[in-house]
Design a protein around this ligand. Structure first.
Ligand code: PEP
Length: 256
């Protein structure tokens, strides 16, 4: 774990206007100390319309945080009304994009093939995909969570070469823990994150798997961060609700 720099990403979902977004980024940065910024990669994921404002703020004030988008089109450009392309995100300085968030899979019917296409187009434009995987409650109760999640990882990486896959970030987010206040136990998170790493080793190599950041997501808060982050295969978190509070988000970064 020592060679992997932990990463904490705040998924703001569909919250905050572009003005509120700027205020929140300022609050987050104000609440972070130098040591945390040295040790943890801090990323915010605002809605599309706030990215330009966040870019101006981060560039103008040379802030030591990164930002990205919550989704990307699988198409390069053209007649896809309402979609936003990877080249547009790259031009806005997005370093990351989440793909396959469970809310996209559930409400927008995104399947593994689309998640794979989105991951590929992000890489093609120099943006690191944060690929979200995770099982629903029924799968967990049937005891099939590990096989379900590792299959999602393999599908997301289908045809992705090692030169790109080495930079991927995977977020393990059990669907039953997102926005519900139910957190997986640190042992639950470790079990699946370690299985994801084994899967990466099988698909590519042990060396590649050792370098990939695997995050946990699902009701992460300051009071459960340290126990989750201390697990050997958990390299940070994808934070939803608590990322909308600058002080809480900064506290999660510090405790990681
Ligand atoms: C998420 O949106 O990825 C998430 C984990 O949300 P929450 O932290 O609110 O459960």
């Amino acid at each position: 774990q020592s060679t992997r720099k932990p990463l904490v990403a705040g998924n703001w979902k569909m919250n905050l206007t572009h003005l509120e977004a700027i205020a929140l980024v300022q609050k987050v940065v104000f609440s972070l100390d130098e040591k945390t910024l040295d040790q943890v990669e801090v990323v915010v994921l605002p809605p599309f319309v706030s990215l330009r404002g966040v870019q101006t703020l981060v560039d103008g004030d040379k802030l030591e945080i990164e930002y990205g988008a919550q989704d990307v089109s699988a198409h390069e450009s053209g007649a896809y009304t309402g979609e936003v392309s990877a080249s547009m995100l790259a031009k806005l300085g997005c370093a990351f994009v989440t793909v396959g968030h469970s809310e996209r899979r559930e409400y927008h019917h995104e399947d593994d093939a689309l998640v794979n296409a989105k991951a590929k187009i992000a890489f093609a434009h120099g943006i690191i995909p944060i690929v979200c995987v995770g099982e629903g409650l029924e799968v967990r109760e049937a005891g099939e969570h590990v096989s379900h999640v590792v299959a999602q990882v393999a599908a997301a990486l289908e045809g992705v070469p090692a030169e790109q896959a080495k930079d991927i970030v995977i977020a393990y987010e059990p669907v039953w823990a997102i926005g519900t206040g139910k957190t997986a136990t640190p042992e639950d998170a470790q079990e699946v994150c370690s299985a994801i790493r084994d899967q990466l080793a099988d698909l590519y190599s042990g060396d590649l798997a050792d370098g990939v950041r695997i995050l946990y997501g699902g009701s992460v808060k300051p009071d459960n961060t340290a126990a989750l982050a201390s697990q050997p295969d958990v390299d940070g978190s994808l934070v939803g609700g608590a990322s909308l509070d600058g002080e809480q988000f900064a506290a999660i970064c510090k405790l990681t």
